[in-house]
Design a protein around this ligand. Sequence first.
Ligand code: AGP
Length: 607
Amino acid sequence: MCGIVGYVGKKQCLPILINGLRRLEYRGYDSAGVAILSDGKFNRTRAVGKIDCLADKLKGQTMSGTVGIAHTRWATHGGVTEANAHPHAACDDNLVLAHNGIIENYRELKEKFLQGHEFKSETDTEVLAHLIEAHYKGDLRLAVEQALAHVHGTYGLVVMHMNEPEKIVAARMGSPLVVGVGDGEYYIGSDTSPMLAHTKQVIFLDDGEVAEITPDQLKMFTLQDEKVTKCVENIEWDDEQAQKQGFPHFMLKEIFDQPRSLEDALRGRYDLAEGEAHLGGLNMTPEQMRQVKRVVLLACGTAYYAGLAGKYAFERLADLPTEVDVASEFRYRDPIVDDRTLVFGISQSGETADTLAALREAKRKGAQVRGIVNVIGSTIARETGGGTYIHAGPELAVASSKAYTNMVAILLLYALQFGRLKRVSAATGKRLLDALLEIPGKMKSILEKSDEIKKIAEKYQGARDFMFLGRGINYPVALEGSLKLKEITYIHSEAYPGGELKHGPISMLSPEFPIFALMTQNQLYDKMRSNVQEARARQAKVILVATEGDESVKEIADDVIFVPPTMELLEPLLNTLPLQLFAYHMAVALGCDVDRPRNLAKSVTVE
Ligand code: AGP
């Protein structure tokens, strides 16, 4: 979704801003713009399309200056046009502003405060620029605070005024902002990626905070203009980790990252001899853990499917009734939770608006809330104040891959941690951990089949529909495989539990409607085999994920991808990989923009 970059310092800021925008491309956007104060006036350039379109437009322009802001826009209010792209200017071009979020009462604000102002775009953001202009009496920070007192909605914003040339004011409510601390310079971003190449020292703004930034000083205030003291935090991710490292796409790199990122997720979080896991972030004594009577997992998209896989582990190992809920549904239901309900919000970005709102709702109703999050310092991580980082490293492709496997692994560890306080023995715990520690090696053997999977994807590139089937723990895997395919290839696909086929969807099957079935050797193997045969009897082409050595499956399949055997609860950690690779190679074969699929954003910070 939209991205913000800002720079205040002594360096020429245009390259810093443009490179920063490129680091934010993964979030998804449809236009971009930059504004720099040069020679006493704002030089503002915007373009529809990719950053390259903006860069082309900037060629030949002299845009010198050491203070500036830039933005990538993902359209919400108003179409994808240059006029709607940020930064926006107020009436006499003396103030420029870029904004992420949604100003809900922008119509009322226009009517009440901005009669006579001339608007040049259809956006809610432009109203904010004019509103700050209307409150400006020589102090930009005060104008921002006074203007925001009238605003309903969400914002992460950066604003500059010509009369205060060496200053950016930033403010946050519901839309993340980070300030990177350099030597006589500051970087601003909607996340840390634009600043990682320059600094790892950062300060996260919290909701209701305003930052006044000049080359020599960062001052923080509340919206009520009270001073705030903030700590500088150190970011562990480096710029190198956030690069493609020779892979043609971030998604492929991230799929191949999985053996290592899984090791990072597990490191130091288990005791093999005792067969137990110890994830510190729970902040509960064993006695408090025994008081937990129910688990609720809240998430969206891929994180939700990771939650569905985790449910099996919680129920089987921890003996805890576990619900998994789509966050956007949970937040508007009347969810029944109490202080014996442990709610986990699962999120790669840690910024997903629906997940955040659902967690707040659960907290309000008295549940104990924790986060399972990738992005360090993100809002969900900070608001829950407890939980665990999944340590997948930067995930930049819009389609999630390594975050999914790490989420599943962390849920398994949590389930084991609870289970060991109940009926799971040290021996059972150890068996599970031994099997888990073998997973990175087994993942590598699946990744070696990438070319084989590519050939299968190319063979089916003419299909316009796919059906993914799985049973038991492989059902969430089918859902995730189907989501990956739709997201990056735009091919219609559905996912069903194998047993549901005959209750309706089987009517769609035909030679043109292939099925992709997960038929590994677990307790539901025979049942799944029957479901595959039902599909085959309708002439559907069959692609199978099956267990190595199970040669008999070749009789009922057109194509087979073999995966190493593992414990049933761990199967999603392996079986998802062929599906990720299939979707990836299909997208490449169809010429799709793998890392930035149309209409999607990496971090969904609006409802
Ligand atoms: C995954 O491939 C998707 N792009 C999407 O479903 C994503 O998982 C969802 O938006 C949740 O994001 P989060 O993990 O950052 O909360």
